[in-house]
Design a protein around this ligand. Structure first.
Ligand code: ZN
Ligand code: ZN
Length: 604
């Protein structure tokens, strides 16, 4: 038997009728046929199961116990099967930490790109914050011939003034700047008043482009003794002071910033995750709409629902109302904002509704308290990060004006345009340009399978089966495995027919890495663009399970037995049950005004 095929002999799994098949390797094969003809049995129960089983068996006995064991398919022999990966719609995503961005590894690439090329803006003054070096400071000097005084700020240590002076003199500094006066340090008899740092003069010079060496040496010295800070005074401009820092520090606002390490930009890392919601973007809180479900009720009528059954709470509330002159017989919604706030927040002595819930939460180890609390709890947008999941420190960094949360909130299409048009600040190092290429490529794949409308921060568990499968497909291409068998289950489901050719391109790309792709499909365009077609049938169930046709597309069209061929050549209009289901009147689910995610207010 040839080495370039997968050989299946005597397949009897489910309804398959003892079939023999040879599937070409490094090719795109479509398995088609009516629903129930045995397509999925062949693709998943045989090819995928056997590929996985052999892969698992290649591990040690110890490792095997941690891996899911597949049943041996009901087949006499299978030869030539490579390690197999299934991309289907059954993969359940449970964690809310999985998003389109994390699934596709775009999240990882974005955090790397941000750590490389993002620009930091001071949150106090919006100036660009960068680490200065003697060279960058020198470049910012002008005009030629300007007189300059270079100092560093020096915090006076808790020593006698004589000792402080001696230390500075020994280090070679002889002058202090005080206001607009330069003082001879030896003549200064007592420390200047006030808590401010001393301004120790390092050098006085006139700026000349030629004097680069001398000036940068002095700047270096000032950074060193100023622990990363230096001041340049311009006596000719009314002693204007220009501060510089060699760390991520805004010298104007005296705010220090984190270094842009990659994990600062990840909500899955403690370094980047918002401290209030720990990177979830939402917090559990008491929902006041549940606590006061009917604000037309007055307090005495029991507007505060959880206290209706708590006479002591109710009594204390009435006493509080009397003390604060809050009309307890007025509907809650007619109370002033100040009165409502007093009821909810209390006045310090009286703890209010929130205080009472806070106390309960400390007892939530008790089951009945937990059950009680759960009735009034809801998920709210995290007040700290506004749902961006990240620390403020991460959001101060921007690429082309966008922070990482704003990029995550973009749709695939928007992000694709954004990164295609991005002109990175030159010069960009090689690693950064590789990362940028990878981001562009992956966004291109996602757009390529018709998912432009998904936002990168969309939670994976809210994706439809077809969407999830196509996202997985793009990840598979991105991960560039070779000599692998990919088995896919109707990746065109939910895809607009006009996007079929783009899906075909992606499938071809997957194949081009010496991979073998087997797709269960009905889509005529995908069938047409495949290398090999297996048509199972002729009908469903016991009347199916036979190979009606196996071969290339041209031969399929000439085949008189294949229903698929008849359909493709329009000899017969055959309703394909699984992809074009006719609604059954009594079993339809009615949905009105569905607007979540990408639904645009549709009625089904
Ligand atoms: Zn600032
Ligand atoms: Zn948060």
């Amino acid at each position: 038997m040839s080495q370039d095929s997968i050989h299946i002999r005597g397949a009897k799994q489910n309804n398959l009728k003892n079939i023999d098949l040879d599937l070409p390797l490094n090719a795109l094969t479509v398995v088609t046929g009516v629903s129930g003809s045995g397509k999925s049995t062949l693709a998943f129960d045989i090819l995928y199961a056997e590929g996985q089983r052999r892969y698992v068996e290649s591990f040690s006995a110890y490792a095997r116990q941690f891996l899911e064991r597949m049943d041996k398919p009901d087949v006499e022999t299978i030869e030539g099967i490579p390690p197999t990966i299934a991309i289907d719609q059954s993969r359940a995503v449970k964690t809310s930490r999985s998003t389109v961005g994390t699934m596709t590894e775009l999240h990882d690439h974005l955090k790397l790109l941000f750590s490389k090329i993002a620009v930091l803006y001071c949150r106090g003054c919006s100036r660009v914050v960068e680490k200065d070096t003697p060279q960058t400071v020198f470049k910012k000097l002008s005009p030629e011939g300007a007189p300059l005084v270079l100092t560093f700020p020096f915090a006076v240590p808790p020593l006698s003034w004589e000792e402080v002076k001696a230390g500075l003199l020994q280090a070679g500094f002889h002058r202090l700047l005080q206001g607009q006066n330069i003082l001879n340090l030896e003549e200064v008899q007592e420390p200047p008043k006030g808590e401010r740092d001393l301004e120790v003069v390092v050098d006085r010079f006139t700026y000349q482009a030629e004097a680069r060496k001398r000036i940068t040496d002095s700047l270096e010295q000032a950074f060193h003794f100023g622990k990363g800070k230096l001041h340049l005074y311009f006596p000719g401009e009314n002693w204007r002071c220009e501060p510089f820092s060699d760390r991520l520090h805004c010298p104007h606002c005296d705010i220090s910033y984190y270094d842009p390490v990659p994990n600062l930009f990840s909500f899955n890392s403690p370094l980047g995750a918002c401290e209030t919601c720990r990177g979830f973007g939402r917090v559990i809180d008491i929902d006041m709409d549940l606590v006061i479900p009917d604000p037309s009720k007055s307090l005495s009528e029991g507007a505060i629902k959880p206290w209706v059954t708590k006479p002591r709470r109710f009594q204390r509330l009435m006493e509080f109302c009397e003390r604060k002159r809050i009309p307890e017989k007025k509907p809650f919604m007619e109370l002033s904002e100040k009165q409502k706030k007093l009821i909810l927040e209390g006045d310090g002595e009286y703890k209010g509704v929130r205080g009472w819930f806070r106390r309960l939460e400390r007892k939530s180890y008790r089951m009945h308290v937990r059950v009680f609390l759960s009735r009034y709890r809801t998920y709210l947008l995290c007040p700290q990060c506004q749902g961006t999941r990240l620390k403020p420190a991460a959001l101060d960094f921007r690429i082309e004006g966008k922070n990482v949360a704003e990029i995550n909130a973009m749709s695939v299409g928007e992000a694709h345009d954004f990164f295609e048009e991005l002109k990175p600040p030159a010069p960009m190092d090689k690693v950064a340009s590789l990362i940028l290429d990878e981001i562009r490529r992956r966004l291109g794949y996602l757009a390529g399978v018709g998912l432009e409308y998904l936002t990168l921060d969309r939670q994976s568990r809210t994706l439809s089966g077809g969407e999830l499968e196509r996202v997985d497909l793009t990840t598979a291409i991105g991960s560039s495995l070779v000599n692998t068998l990919y088995v896919l289950d109707e990746p065109s489901i939910g895809l607009h027919p006009r996007d079929s050719h783009r899906l075909v391109e992606i499938l071809h790309r997957l194949r081009s890495n010496k991979n073998t792709v087997v797709v269960v499909e009905h889509d005529p365009e995908i069938i047409k663009e495949s290398d090999f077609i297996i048509d199972l049938g002729p009908k469903a169930g016991e009347e199916g399970g036979r190979v009606v046709f196996a071969g290339p597309y041209e031969d399929l069209l000439k085949n008189r037995d294949s229903l698929t061929a008849a359909y493709l050549t329009q000899r017969k209009a055959i309703p394909f049950p699984s992809s074009h289901r006719r609604p059954i009147a009594r079993r339809t689910i009615k949905v009105f005004g569905a607007k979540a995610n990408n639904l645009k207010s549709i009625d089904v």
